[in-house]
Design a protein around this ligand. Structure first.
Ligand SMILES: [Mg+2]
Length: 235
C-alpha cells in the first residue's frame, strides 16, 4: 500500500458484543433482586420497555444521569417492589464494566486489515474507564494505533469535532484517506457525514433505515465490510 489508509472503528456493537454484556449484567441484577413468582424472562421485557422510554427522554434532552437512576426503580415498581434505583444503576454499571465480549469474526477482521497495512483507530462514545478496560480485557487495545473516547476528549459522535480531533492527533490522516465503520446511523454515519469522511454502516440485523442519513455503503457481515473498505478506497 503506497499511501497510508486509516480506518476508524466504532466499538459497541461493531467490535464488542454490547448486547451480550448487557444481557449478562441484567441477569446478574435480577439474580440478586428476584421477584417472587416472576422469572427473568418475564422481568426482562418490562425493563426493556422502561429502558427504551428512558432513552427516548434522554434523546429529547433529559438528564441522562437522573433518568438512568430511575430505570431499575421504575421496573421494580411495576412489580409492586420499592428499589433503590441509584444503587442498582451503579451495580449494573459495574457489571457492564466487567462483562465484555467480542463479536465473532471481529478480531480476525482487524487482524487481516492490519496485515494489509491499514492503520486502525478506535473511535467510541462512552466512559473512558469502561472502554479502556474492555479493550485491555479483550486484548484488542494493542491493535489500535489510537483510541479516542468521547469521555476523554469532551466531544461525542456525531459531532464533527470528534472526528476532527482524530485527524489532528494522527499524522498523515486526511479526509480522503480515512473511513469510518460503525453500527449507528445517528452517531457513526451522521458524524462521518458531518466530518466529510467515507463511511460504512455495519448493519448485521438488517435494520430498516428510518432516517434520512445515507451511508456510503451498508454491510451485513465482516466479509462484506472488508470488501467495501477496498471498494470505497478505489473510488
Ligand atoms: Mg456502536
Amino acid at each position: 500500500m503506497k499511501e497510508k489508509k486509516f480506518l476508524i472503528f466504532d466499538l459497541d456493537d461493531t467490535i464488542f458484543d454490547f448486547k451480550k454484556g448487557e444481557q449478562e449484567g441484567l441477569s446478574n441484577i435480577f439474580a440478586e433482586h428476584p421477584v417472587s413468582e416472576v422469572t427473568f424472562d418475564q422481568w426482562l421485557p418490562v425493563f426493556k420497555k422502561v429502558n427504551s422510554s428512558i432513552w427516548k427522554q434522554i434523546e429529547e434532552g433529559g438528564s441522562a444521569k437522573d433518568l438512568l437512576n430511575t430505570r431499575f426503580s421504575t421496573t421494580y415498581q411495576a412489580f409492586g417492589i420499592e428499589a433503590d434505583g441509584t444503587l442498582l444503576e451503579r451495580t449494573y454499571r459495574n457489571y457492564l464494566d466487567q462483562s465484555y465480549f467480542v463479536l465473532e469474526g471481529a478480531k480476525a477482521l482487524l487482524d487481516r486489515l492490519q496485515q494489509q497495512g491499514f492503520v486502525l483507530i478506535a473511535g467510541t462514545n462512552g466512559k473512558s474507564s469502561t472502554q479502556r478496560n474492555r479493550l485491555k480485557g479483550t486484548g484488542l487495545a494493542e491493535m489500535f494505533e489510537d483510541i479516542v473516547i468521547s469521555d476523554e476528549i469532551g466531544i461525542a459522535k456525531p459531532n464533527r469535532l470528534f472526528f476532527e480531533q482524530i485527524l489532528k492527533r494522527n499524522s498523515g490522516m486526511t479526509k480522503s484517506n480515512t473511513l469510518m465503520i460503525g453500527d449507528s446511523l445517528r452517531s457513526d454515519i451522521q458524524g462521518a457525514i458531518h466530518a466529510e469522511l467515507k463511511n460504512i454502516w455495519f448493519n448485521p440485523y438488517a435494520l430498516k433505515n428510518h432516517t434520512n442519513i445515507q451511508p456510503d455503503a451498508e454491510c451485513r457481515t465482516f466479509q462484506e465490510v472488508e470488501q467495501q473498505i477496498k471498494q470505497l478506497f478505489t473510488l
